[in-house]
Design a protein around this ligand. Structure first.
Ligand code: SF4
Length: 347
């Protein structure tokens, strides 16, 4: 099967073209077409010879995503559904906060997800395939155009919190981060600190990110502060327990000094007691600074969980704040169009 050319790093392309007898600068020219110029037609790459373009087309594919459906929420959030070349559906969400000049795009990294977190609609779909780096960057480019058209502003932040587990599509996730943050002409020149990759918690891959020079922010989808509860809602915790995750995060911080956050969805009477908050405080007193984002739950069909009541949520947040934890309670956006956290499932 042919590989998509936008899965290749610059080093991969240099090696391929060198093997074809092309000069080294040719790889950079091709890379610039693919990423900085966002060109999706090999025939339009006018400074490459016809023979080279033909060989590239014979060897590689170049698949982009296409618009399927756009939904607007009453709160300004926009959910976009795209289809891949073979007809799979994936979703991205634009979350505008105009008062803050913040326009965030939430991107997907896989078609579906293999991790079966109990509160998540995507997890029920199973994993169909990984997205290519190109398909991840396409989401950013398309939503950026949408943001400019709707709000007159480009996107300012990218969060990898849509469908899929980014660290189980490691190479393409990292390649897409590079293409978004590398300076032109090799990338789009976004600030690395404007990107956040989230993970359900795969200790080995968190360490690998640190070893591979990752410079963006990392969010751990924590959702429970002890192993018994976390095992109940996130099966990945059975092989990546909290001790392993905390050690991996310490390693990540030691090597990168990158920003770390815990995402914590509050479920009524499951993880929102003061005892739960006390355990969470312990996880905030490790060898790295961390901020906690408490997220309102958006129930999905058939889920045993409901969202925490206002009073419990406030008491939980207040306990953390009193203990000196940097904490934000996030109200959900885009609930009316199933665009909120854990709701992406191609409805
Ligand atoms: S919460 Fe994230 S990791 Fe868990 S099933 Fe959903 S998409 Fe996958």
């Amino acid at each position: 099967m042919k590989k998509d050319i936008r899965e290749l790093s610059l080093a991969d392309i240099e090696a391929t073209l060198a093997g074809w007898g092309e000069p080294k600068f040719r790889a950079k020219q091709l890379f610039e077409w693919l990423w900085a110029k966002k060109c999706t037609d090999i025939d339009a790459m006018s400074n490459l010879s016809k023979a080279l373009r033909t060989r590239l087309k014979e060897t590689f594919t170049l698949h982009t995503i296409q618009e399927d459906q756009i939904q607007h929420s009453a709160d300004g959030t926009i959910k976009s559904r795209w289809f891949t070349h073979e007809g799979y559906k994936i979703e991205s969400v634009l979350i505008p906060v105009p008062d803050d000049e913040r326009f965030t795009v939430c991107v997907s990294t896989q078609v579906g997800c293999s991790l079966t977190c109990k509160f998540c609609a995507t997890g029920r779909m199973g994993r169909k395939r990984n997205l290519t780096a190109g398909e991840i960057v396409d989401q950013v480019n398309l939503v950026n155009a949408q943001s400019i058209q709707t709000f007159g502003k480009p996107i300012t932040n990218v969060v990898y919190m849509g469908m899929g587990e980014p660290l189980l599509n490691y190479a393409d996730t990292l390649e897409s981060v590079h293409r978004l943050t590398d300076p032109e002409p090799l990338g789009l020149g976004m600030s690395a600190r404007r990107l956040t990759v989230s993970t359900a918690g795969i200790a080995k891959m968190i360490r690998k990110l640190a070893d591979d020079g990752f410079r963006s922010n990392l969010a751990l989808s924590l959702h429970a502060a002890d192993d018994a509860k976390r095992n109940e809602i996130m099966p990945i915790n059975e092989t990546n327990n909290l001790k392993a995750l905390m050690e991996a995060l310490e390693y990540f911080y030691m090597k990168t000094k990158g920003r770390i956050s815990y995402e914590y969805i509050a479920f009524e009477r499951f993880n929102d007691s003061i005892e739960d908050a006390r355990k969470l405080v312990q996880l905030c007193r490790r060898k790295f600074p961390v901020r906690v984002n408490i997220i309102e739950y958006n129930p999905i069909d058939g889920s045993p969980f409901t969202k925490s009541g206002e009073e419990r949520l406030n008491a939980f947040g207040a306990y953390l704040a009193d203990e000196g934890v940097t904490v934000t309670v996030r109200r959900s956006r885009g609930k009316d169009i199933d665009a909120a956290c854990g709701q992406l499932a191609n409805k």
